[in-house]
Ligand binder design. Structure first.
Ligand code: HDD
Length: 689
């Protein structure tokens, strides 16, 4: 289906005269004689309406865009597979979890939430993490985020939340940013957002790479085995490259340096065979355990710390193929939390229940037809047949007249169509204890959802000192953009329930008095902290998946570049050469090389660590070049390792680089340093809240 330029059957008639290319045709298959000029009445005459080649081309172009997703409009995706490590047949009958070593194809899309399809990759935002498994029993979509909790508890608040965070409806800005009036107004009035706000203001929301984020299914789901026994489950994706984020100043500068930083990073990694990998982890627990927890497992603003219920690793996801076509695949893919397979089931989480309605509905309008499941990226890879018929853009051609059942057409020798199967068919789990509590119809939040602060406090207290400072500074930044003066005090009044220290730091950062504490409907508990919630405690000291920028210019020592590149490669990293000129850099041995990036367009925030290899003349020259000074200064300010040759010192001095643990002469020590960030440098380069 994909190859629209394929040859017609029956010989060579679809080949151009030079035989090098297939013949260009209209959508009706008519050969096009001239794709450069429209049909005119005479040489300089008007264009003729009868030019069907022109009309078809322009008309098709006019309709190329479809409505973007109302949320998660900007995303990047890849094909891959899931490989199971061990059979889970005792826990679930889902076919995908039966046989160790078996691989299931999948398509994963990672997205920002608030920005439009053309917005940048690196705003402060939650990242969507959606996986479509093409299992033998049909498609299973695990549609999660990179944060294990959500802003709200009930789906009825979702349109309000999204309206508040998206660009303000009168002004049309800000794009892809939560730092504005309406978002914080909403947050300040909705204490249930407290926990998620801690995550969204933490470094989780400014990831270094899509390959270095976790994914979470968020809701409590169920796994059901062949005997009908149910086990609660929370799904986790753990990146093999470890967790890593950027600093806020770095993220801001990345927006200017490369709008497509994450998309490019994912694409290039897969393209060079450096396939991103995540392990699938399960938190499994029974009803008794759920009942004993001090929070409700049906409440999506709560997580279960890994220290309380460990994450059992059961398989891995490898993304090993870029999409062939962005629109056909990444744009048209339609995930839906309601797509589950036998052996997986929902719970009564009211946020999940609302989601089960929303996705199919939005997709019918976004993709314009009830038949969007026929689009190749959405179609299951197992047999699919039913009696649904017709509708816009129907591409199947069902034979016969069996579009209803029961029918007895087979008695007359006709095709009778498919029938239900009680054995393999999906059956809903029976006996949810939550259902037994049912009584009157109520618009109410359960009392067990009422503690909005204890887990927010748990998150804040689980962060390192740096991370807490980043979080406080992020709140100061965001609230500084709020023009409604009554809103920041209300936010801080809520923060006082989470941490008095945090509230005081934010008030000080904004220069306003500490407001009275907001009332809390439940006493706030001091829950045991969880190291798993910190990024810094879970970063991997590695060059794998990381890139070192090497700044050179004319006269740079050729052997030094060569050795450094080899050392980086040996450590599993990649490197890119940056120079003031792209072509014809003349090295010490008079060889000429081409750089990977020109200095002005390749700032150091694009790299995880940097090296500066210069001749003395080169260093003196670059010490007068603002872009070079900024390059080094930013690397230092963003707490990165800096490797240097002695001759490069004039540039480092000009950039005020202080020789600390992260600043090393080129060699082994630099390679080790390049695997880390130097948090201890931060107080010397930045005043944090
Ligand atoms: Fe949603 C898209 C994740 C709550 C309604 N959502 C969407 C995507 C992700 C999530 C990753 C993008 C999928 C893709 O790449 O195409 N959404 C979540 C998570 C939630 C959540 C983790 C809470 C735990 N969402 C949520 C609620 C509603 C929606 C409560 C509505 C009641 N979400 C949508 C949607 C979208 C969507 C409007 C937009 C485009 C689409 O579905 O296909 O239906």
């Amino acid at each position: 289906m994909k190859n629209t330029t394929k040859k017609k059957q029956g010989g060579d008639t679809h080949q151009t005269a030079d035989k090098a290319h297939p013949v260009l045709t209209t959508n009706q298959g008519i050969h096009v004689s001239d794709n450069q000029n429209s049909l005119k009445a005479g040489q300089r005459g008007p264009v003729l309406l009868e030019d069907f080649v022109l009309r078809e081309k322009i008309f098709h172009f006019d309709h190329e865009r479809i409505p973007e997703r109302i949320v998660h409009a900007r995303g990047s995706a890849a094909h891959g597979y899931f490989e199971l490590y061990e059979s889970l047949s005792d826990i679930t009958k889902a076919d995908i979890f039966q046989r160790a070593g078996e691989k299931t194809p999948l398509f994963t899309r990672i997205s920002t939430v608030a920005g439009g399809a053309g917005s940048v990759d690196t705003p402060r935002d939650v990242r969507g993490f959606a996986v479509k498994f093409y299992t033998k029993e049909g498609n299973w979509d695990l549609v999660g985020n990179n944060i294990p909790v959500f802003f709200i508890q009930d789906a009825i608040k979702f349109p309000d939340l999204i309206h508040a965070v998206k660009m303000e409806s009168d002004k049309g800005y800000p794009q892809a940013a939560s730092a504005h009036d309406t978002f914080w107004d909403f947050v300040s009035l909705m204490p249930e957002t407290s926990h998620m706000i801690m995550w969204a203001m933490s470094d989780r929301a400014i990831p270094r790479s899509l390959r270095m984020i976790e994914g979470f299914g968020i809701h409590t789901f169920r796994l059901v085995n062949a005997k009908g026994k149910s086990t609660f489950v929370k799904f986790h994706w753990k990146p093999k490259l470890g967790l890593q984020s950027t600093l806020w100043d770095e993220a801001l500068k990345l927006q200017a340096a490369d709008n497509d930083f994450h998309r490019r990073d994912l694409y290039e990694a897969i393209d060079r065979g450096d396939f991103p990998e995540w392990e699938l982890g399960l938190q499994l627990f029974d009803q008794k355990t759920a009942d004993a927890l001090p929070y409700d497992v049906l409440d999506s603003t709560k997580l279960i710390p890994e220290e309380v219920i460990p994450v059992r690793i059961v398989g891995r996801m490898v993304l090993d193929r870029n999409p062939d076509n962005f629109f056909a695949e990444t744009e048209q893919v339609a995930y839906c939390p309601a797509n589950i397979v036998p052996g997986v089931d929902f719970t009564n989480d009211p946020l999940l229940q609302g989601r089960l309605f929303s996705y199919l509905d939005t997709q019918k309008s976004r993709l314009g037809t009830a038949n969007f499941h026929q689009i190749p990226i959405n179609a299951p890879k197992c047999p699919m047949m039913n009696l649904q018929r017709d509708g816009m853009m129907q591409t199947e051609v069902p034979k016969g007249r069996a579009n209803y059942e029961p029918n007895s057409l087979d008695v007359a020798g006709e095709e009778a169509g498919p029938r239900e199967c009680p054995v393999t068919g999906f059956t809903s789990f029976q006996g949810r204890p939550e259902n037994e509590e049912q009584g009157d119809k109520l618009r109410i939040r359960p009392e067990s959802f009422a503690d909005h602060y204890s887990q927010a406090r748990l998150f804040f207290n689980s962060q390192t000192e740096n991370e807490q400072a980043h979080l406080a500074s992020a709140l100061v930044f965001e609230l500084s953009k709020v023009t409604l003066e009554h809103v920041p005090p209300r936010v801080i009044a809520n923060l006082r329930n989470i941490s008095e220290d945090l509230a005081a730091r934010v008030a000080k950062g904004l220069g306003i008095p500490l407001p009275a504490k907001a009332p809390s409907s439940k006493p706030v508990q001091d829950l045991e902290t969880s190291a798993a919630l910190s990024i810094q405690k879970n970063m991997k000291e590695t060059l794998q998946g990381r890139c070192v920028g090497i700044l050179i210019t004319d006269g740079t020592d050729a052997a030094a570049i060569d050795k450094l590149k080899k050392d980086i490669k040996k450590a599993g990293g990649t490197s890119k050469i940056v120079a003031p000129r792209l072509n014809g850099i003349v090295l010490s041995d008079k060889t000429k090389i081409k750089a990977d990036g020109q200095l002005a367009g390749t700032p150091s925030q694009l790299f995880d660590a940097v090296a500066v290899i210069l001749s003395r003349e080169g260093a003196d020259m670059l010490a007068k070049e603002a872009a070079a000074i900024q390059w080094v200064m930013d690397a230092f300010g963003h707490l990165k390792a800096i490797g240097y040759t002695k001759e490069a010192m004039p540039l480092l001095d000009k950039a005020n680089v202080v020789k600390d643990e992260g600043v090393k002469e080129l060699g082994k020590q630099f390679i080790t340093a390049a695997t880390k960030r130097f948090w201890e440098r931060e107080p010397s380069v930045r005043n944090l809240a």
